[in-house]
Write a protein that binds this ligand. Structure first.
Ligand code: GAR
Length: 207
């Protein structure tokens, strides 16, 4: 029997990317199983959507800070993912910065999706930043997570047009449609060991 990679997902929001990943695992498009979902937001939609797939879903307090996990929280997050024996950590709308100890616990194994074409518009509400700047194309980026904010090696990107009459909501929805196939494609490559990373350059490995 094939031994499947085990994925842990971290998210703070409604969980549409987690849903797309769970579907892709379920259909065998990603050869992995989602072993654990964790949220820093007690009533986040991602927890309910995970339960719909019978995936263990847990709220873990983030501690005292607003933008990162405090020290105790970070240890709790690491412990839970280690207990779940995950090989990969996939961030799906996780709105806190992960610091050194977490990244050291899962070296080169933490992946994020960001709703812009990085390095443009890192940080919060990237679709709003794109709209306010007036770019005609934006998109989404899947990348490895490093110590910076949305700075790690880029795995895949997809462009999305910006329309003249876009609202932030409409633009974000169009970006999310792209995210829902880009993320499974990128996570699929990662769990099959088909990514080659050299410094900040990441390419598809020849097989
Ligand atoms: C996604 O659009 C993702 O790109 C974004 O949050 C949304 C989560 O939606 N992430 C970031 O902005 C990270 N800086 P979801 O909960 O429906 O997957």
């Amino acid at each position: 029997m094939e031994i499947k990679a085990r994925i842990g997902i971290l998210g703070s929001g409604k969980g549409s990317n987690m849903f797309a990943l769970a579907e892709a695992c379920h259909q065998g498009v990603i050869r992995a199983e989602i072993a654990q979902v964790v949220s820093d937001v007690e009533n986040a939609g991602i927890l309910d959507r995970a339960k719909d797939f019978d995936i263990p879903a847990t709220y873990l307090s983030p501690g005292a800070f607003r933008t990162k996990l405090d020290e105790d929280a970070e240890l709790n997050y690491i412990r839970l993912f280690r207990e779940a024996k995950v090989d990969w950590i996939v961030l799906a709308g996780f709105m806190r910065i992960l610091k050194g100890d977490f990244l050291k616990a899962f070296p080169n194994r933490v992946i994020n999706i960001h709703p812009s074409l990085l390095p443009s518009f890192p940080g919060l509400e990237a679709w709003k930043q794109a709209l306010e700047y007036g770019v005609k194309y934006t998109g989404c980026t899947v990348h490895f997570v490093d110590q910076g904010i949305d700075t790690g090696a880029i795995i895949l990107q997809e462009t999305v047009p910006v329309m003249d009459d876009d609202t932030p909501q409409r633009l974000h929805a169009r970006i999310q449609d792209a995210e829902h196939h880009l993320y499974p494609a990128a996570v699929g490559l990662a769990v099959e060991g088909r990514l080659e990373v050299r410094g900040r350059l990441c390419s598809k490995a020849a097989i």
